[in-house]
Design a protein around this ligand. Sequence first.
Ligand SMILES: C[S@@+](CC[C@H](N)C(=O)[O-])C[C@H]1O[C@@H](n2cnc3c(N)ncnc32)[C@H](O)[C@@H]1O
Length: 336
Amino acid sequence: MNAPADPADTLRASLAALLDGLPPKSAAGAVERLIANYRGATPTDAPILRDRADVAAYAAYRMPATFEAVRSALEAFADAVPGWTPGSHVDVGGGTGAATWAVTATWEGTRPVTVLDWAEPALALGREIAAANPALRDARWQRARIGAALTLDSTDLVTVSYVLNELAEADRAALVDAAAAAAQSVVIVEAGTPAGYDRVIEARDRLIRAGFRVAAPCPHSAACPIVPGTDWCHFSARVSRSSLHRQVKGGSLAYEDEKFSYVAATRLPAEPAPARVVRRPQIRKGQVLLDLCEADERLRRTTVTKRHGDLYKAARDADWGDAWPPGTAESGDPVS
Ligand SMILES: C[S@@+](CC[C@H](N)C(=O)[O-])C[C@H]1O[C@@H](n2cnc3c(N)ncnc32)[C@H](O)[C@@H]1O
C-alpha cells in the first residue's frame, strides 16, 4: 500500500489547480488588491475576502505560509504533550482552512472538524480545497461572526490563526474567552511582527488567567521576560514559493521565510521545553551562540564550544524555535 500523501504536498497541488483556470495577470491583480486591503485599516466592519477571486488569491498566495506557520506551532505543542491527539478541532476565523490542514499534518487520523468564519466565499473555497484531504472530508464549514455573542461547542483543540490582528480589542477578548471556555487546548498564531507579538501576549495573559498553562513556545507560564517595546518573540517557517509568488514578488528565490508569533496553551498536563532557542543560532569557528528563553523567566545567551562534545554537535544542528537542550520531551534521546 502507498504511504498516505503528505498534506503539505496535497495542499500545494490543490492550490496550483485553483489557479489553472485563471489568467495569470488576474490572479496577480487580485493578490495586489488584497495586499492593499490588508494595508488599510483593520479591523474592518465587513469581510475583506469578498468574492471568489479575492479568496482564490488569498488561498494561493497566503495559505502555504499560514499553513507552515501553524504546522510549526502545532509541532512544538505536540512535543510538549507527547501521546496526546486532539479528538476534535474547531478553527475560528479559519478562512480557507490552513490550520485544519496543519492539524492533519501534525496528528494522524480523523476527527470532527469545524471551521468558523464570517466570509462565505472563504468557507466555500476552503471546503472545495479540503475535498483533496481525506482527513477533512467531513469537516463542517460554518458562517459565524466573532464578537461578544460568539460561543463555541466544547472541543479538544481550538486554533486561531492570523485572525486576532483583524479584530477590535473587545472582539479579541471575546474570542479568547470563548476558546478558553470551550477547549482543552488553544493554539494562537499571528504574524511575527511587533503587533502580532502584542496580540499573542495579550491572548497568552488571558488564557493563563482562565487557568491554562503555556505548553509552547515559552518554558514557563510566568510573564514574558521581553521588556515591552524592546523586542518581539517570533519564529520562522520555510515556505516553498509558488509561481504566483514569483509573479507578484519578482525574483527567482525558491522559498521564503514566514515569520510568526504563537502561543499554545492547555489544561492538559504538559512538559514545556526547559528552554527555547529564540533567535537564529550563530555558528562561529568552534562555537555556537544560542539565544535562549529559559524556565527561570530569563533571556540568556549561551556559548556551546567544541569542548562540549555531543552538545556542540547538537548546537550546530539546533534551529531557531527548537527546544534546548536536546534530549528533553521535545527532542528525542538525551545527549550526554
Ligand atoms: C488573514 S485571514 C486568516 C485565515 C486563516 N485562519 C489562515 O490562517 O489562513 C483572517 C480571517 O479572519 C476572518 N475574520 C476576520 N474578522 C472576523 C470576524 N469578526 N468574524 C469572523 N471571521 C472574521 C476573515 O474572514 C479571514 O478569513
